[in-house]
Design a binder for this molecule. Structure first.
Ligand code: 13P
Length: 253
């Protein structure tokens, strides 16, 4: 059975005090709601990772993820954070290839393949983000576009490595816009991505890979999305900054 995952990507939001308060509220409200086949992953700014780890220590099935990592291991790369650094503080997940990183920091499929490699080499599971723009959805083979993101950044991995990867489908047109993909639109893509994984790695690996949906997930939209056959949870932005709403989303998975 696949893990159900609800991840909260805080992006560049919250001061330390606010981050601690948000975490405490979520843990208090949600910790008894998360069963053993499920996970809640908080993705705070890297500066707060060690602090947030302390606040989730007593919440089984809670984890933190970094929002990014360098494709380099060490050296003169001012401002960057490496996989060995994240490993040294016990971080087990990292977002890789978020559309904001691709758009504002020019991250390419090839660079993301390197990031996936360094993460896996340090026992950090990539949450690999993919998704098409509105223009691509309207004008192009949008499913082929997203499949190609996966091919170019993940398909050099062995089946064994692929078992550690979580995929997050986040259509860019649905991020921060209030425009959620309908459950049918999301399910169509998730099923196509799972079939793509099956073609490369076989049905067993495809069946056990968690594929999350992201893009304006809210307490209102989560139940229908998460009930879809190939949607294994969500990567939540704005709504993960509000403890009550995020808890409702956790309960919906
Ligand atoms: P929103 O939920 O704010 O649309 O953000 C989604 C996202 O980018 C999560 O990584």
């Amino acid at each position: 059975m696949r893990n159900k995952i609800v991840a909260g990507n805080w992006k560049m939001n919250k001061t330390m005090d606010e981050a601690v308060a948000l975490t405490s509220e979520i843990v208090n409200m949600a910790k008894d709601e998360v069963s053993n086949d499920a996970k809640v992953i908080l993705c705070p700014p890297a500066l707060y990772l060690t602090t947030i780890q302390k606040y989730i220590a007593d919440a089984p099935n809670f984890a933190v993820a970094a929002q990014n990592l360098s494709d380099k291991l060490s050296g003169a790369f001012t401002g960057e954070i490496s996989a060995p650094m994240l490993q040294s503080i016990g971080v087990k997940y990292v977002l890789i290839g978020h559309s904001e990183r691709r758009q504002y920091f020019n991250e390419t499929n090839a660079m993301l393949a390197e990031k996936v490699n360094v993460a896996l080499a340090h026992d950090i599971a990539p949450i690999f983000c993919c998704g098409e723009s509105l223009e691509q959805r309207q004008n192009e083979d949008y499913i082929g576009f997203v499949k190609n993101q996966i091919t170019e950044s993940l398909f050099h991995l062995s089946a064994e490595q692929m078992r550690s990867v979580v995929i997050a489908y986040e259509p860019i047109w649905a991020i921060g816009t209030g425009l959620t993909a309908s459950a049918e639109q999301a399910q169509e893509m998730h099923a196509a991505l799972r079939a793509h994984l099956a073609d490369k790695y076989g049905a067993e690996v495809a069946e056990q890979t968690s594929i999350l949906y992201g893009g304006s997930v809210s307490a209102a939209s989560a139940p229908e999305l998460f009930a879809s056959a190939d949607i294994d949870g969500g990567l939540v932005g704005g709504a993960s900054l509000k403890s009550r709403e995020f808890t409702e989303i956790i309960k919906a998975r």
